[in-house]
Structures are given as C-alpha cells and as structure tokens.
Write a protein that binds this ligand. Structure first.
Ligand code: LMR
Length: 396
C-alpha cells in the first residue's frame, strides 16, 4: 500500500534546515529557520532557564501526567503576559488557557476547537504569512483565504488593502493576526492602526486569532501586546496561540499555550470544556518541562528580571545586526535603499531577494534563506556578515 504514496515536498522552513545540516561546506550560513543566535553563532540556553531548571530538578517529585489543560500556574502566568497582570479580563475570569506543545500545537488546538464547535469553515491569513498557517488549518478542513498585508513596492504595510479586505470578511470567519513581529515581513501595524482593525473586527463580527510567538522581540513584553490588548478591550471574544520558543529560547521543549477569551466566565468555562475535548483526542495532555520553566521564571521576581534582561539583550543584538547589515550593503556599493530593514521588527526581514537569487545564494555560497526572501536577521553575526554581504552583492 505504501508504495503508491507520493513523496511530499520538503517543508519550506524546516526542510531547509535539514538541508543546511547536511551541507558539507564550511562557509555555510543558516538564515532560514527562526532561531536566535548569539554573537558566536550559537543558540544558548538562557541563564534564567538554567536556574529555573536547577530549581525544578531539585524540587520535582513526580513525572505523573499533567491535566489535559496543563499547569494552572503556567496558565495564569501566560494570561498575565498577554493581558497585563492587572487586567479586568483576568479578574473577571473571562479567559481560559491550555498549555500546548509549542505555538504550532496551540494553533492546531484552535483549529480543531473552532472546526468542531463553530459554524465557520473559513480562516483568513495575511499575504504573506508564516508558511505553516495555511497547512495547519487545511489539515483540519478549513478553507484558507488571504487578506492583503505587505506592500512590496513601498516595503511596508498595505494598511488600506488590509482594511478593505478585513471589512469584507463575514461574521464568524476566523482571522489570524500576528501579535507582533509579523512573520515573515517584520512589519507591524501601529497602535492607531490596531485600534482601527479592532473596530473592523467588532463591526464585522469576525473572530480574531492572535498568533503571538515573538512577544518582547519588537519593543518590550508590555508594548508588544498593544494590538492584542486593544482587541481584547474592543471585543468580547478572541483567541491567542502563544509560543515561548523564541522569547524563552525553549525551542525544543515545545512550550506554547492556547487562550480563549469569552464574554463571561461561564461561557469561557463551557467553551474551554470543548477545548479540553479536542486536546484529549489529539495529544491527551501536554509535555511538562518547558511550561514548568516558564512558570518558575515568571513566579520569581529575580528570575523574571533576569529573563527581561536576557530578552532585551537578544532584541538589541538583532537590532545591531539590522543596522550593520544595511551599512555594510551600502559600503559594498549594493544598489538600492535597504533602510527598510532597519525599521522591521523581530527576527525576520523581508529582503526583497527573489527565488532565483535565493537559490543562487544556496547553490553558490551555502547561504540558506527561505524562498520568499525572508532572512532570519538573528542568524547574522559580525563574523558572517562580510561574507553574506559580498554574496548578496554578487547575486543582485
Ligand atoms: C520560523 O518561522 O522559522 C519558526 O517559526 C520556526 C518554524 O517552525 O517554522
């Protein structure tokens, strides 16, 4: 039976990562997958994580199952990060959070929950969006449509196009929004624009699902939640898929969360009982370690302060690399204005490199970039930048 199954195409991001690992060339540079690298080109375990892990190791008494929705202290910590510790939403118990295996796991929980409990079978994603969004929702049976987002000529947000498209979305349809650090463009709406979008959502009655994987990578943890919090003020219902892969560096611990906000605490409870049902039928209950680390850090004032410092360090290094990259491109005489790269948020930059140029960088220089031209700026270092810039100059 299996011999008739055709080969699946490689994943546009993780497939590239696999190809990178087997590339024997010493000069290779990986700017594909969204993983933070420090100045030495390594992806370190954060100091606050190491300390939290030592504490957990010492105090942990059992490896017994967690409940279907995971650790309650983790859920509380996630909600405080999302809505703010003093949020009325938390006081009124209108939000419920399930620990999930990574942001992808959280999105899949969202998709399963919506598909089996609401009438909508249509989800809207930005054009462009993270390559896995369409795949996750299609796997569940959704129709996936796109709303305008990126203006390739202006290298900025096509806000008029975005508004026009979202004003046509039907009541009940799901709209995925990137909480901050839009993946892949690095371009986010301003606070005023978020407020306008929230108005459209309220008028139209569509259901927002925030994909929030980079909280703390744009400005800081609080300001990066501006869009989400404006929506939560304006609407009675929304959902969030959180990931702590990047901001806690917990990539392989698959640490994420699905949060739903309902009109009342009672409505949140019954909707959440259905969330637990879909989780039970999928992975039963979540892996513990990453969530324990996050909950331990956020419950301890010293560890939390250390985390915020380390996050600021990562953010600052990426910003420095953006500035260096632009200045070295200019110094190398590469034609064009690349200053837009300095304005983008988060790990990624939409470079404007076309698929042929991306392919040439891989074939000729062992430089790995996602086919869309998305560059992981966090993969740049002082050491690999000159090589990268001269390679880009030669393919342009
Ligand atoms: C990315 O966009 O590179 C990351 O979110 C990793 C992934 O799973 O694709």
């Amino acid at each position: 039976m299996f011999e008739s199954i055709p080969q699946a195409p490689a994943d546009p991001i993780l497939g590239l990562n696999e190809a990178f690992k087997t590339d024997p060339r010493a000069s290779k540079v990986n700017l594909g997958v969204g993983v933070y690298k420090d100045a030495q080109g390594t992806t370190p375990v954060l100091r606050c994580v190491k300390l939290a892990e030592a504490k957990i190791l010492e105090q942990q008494k059992t490896k017994s199952y967690l409940s279907i929705d995971g650790l309650p202290e983790y859920a509380a910590a996630v909600q405080a990060l999302l809505f703010g510790a003093d949020s009325d939403i938390i006081a009124a118990q209108r939000a419920r959070t399930a620990q999930a295996p990574g942001g992808t796991g959280a999105l899949r929980v969202a998709a399963d929950f919506i598909f089996s409990n609401l009438n909508t079978k249509k989800v809207w994603i930005s054009n462009p969006s993270w390559a896995n969004h369409a795949q996750i929702f299609q796997a569940v049976g959704f129709e996936v449509a796109q709303y305008r987002y990126y203006d390739a000529d202006a290298k900025g947000l096509d806000f008029d196009g975005m508004k026009a498209d979202l004003a046509e979305v039907e009541a009940g349809d799901v709209v995925i929004l990137h909480g901050c650090c839009h993946n892949p463009s690095g371009i986010d709406p301003t606070a005023e624009q978020w407020a306008e979008l929230a108005d459209i959502a309220r008028t139209q009655g569509w259901l927002p699902l925030f994909d929030f994987a980079y909280q703390g990578f744009a400005v800081d943890v609080e300001q990066d939640a501006t869009g989400l919090r404006l929506f939560a003020d304006a609407l009675e219902e929304l959902m969030v898929a959180s990931s702590f892969s990047k901001n806690f560096g917990l990539y392989n611990e698959r640490t994420g969360a699905f949060t739903l906000l309902a009109q009342t605490s009672e409505a949140a409870n019954s909707a959440f009982s259905q969330v637990k049902k879909v989780i039970r039928a999928n992975y039963s209950n979540p892996p513990a370690h990453g969530a324990m680390v996050v909950a331990t850090i956020l419950a301890d004032a010293e560890l939390k302060a250390m985390w915020l410092d380390e996050l600021a360090e990562m953010r600052a290094r990426i910003k420095t690399m953006r500035l260096e990259f632009v200045s070295q491109l200019k110094a190398a005489g590469v034609a064009g204005d690349f200053s837009f790269i300095e304005q983008q948020n988060g790990m990624f930059s939409f470079s404007g490199l076309n698929p042929d140029q991306v392919a040439a960088l891989k074939e000729e220089f062992a430089i790995y970039i996602v086919r869309s031209g998305r560059i992981n700026v966090a993969g740049m270092t002082e050491a690999n930048l000159p090589y990268l810039v001269s390679a880009i100059a030669s393919v342009l």
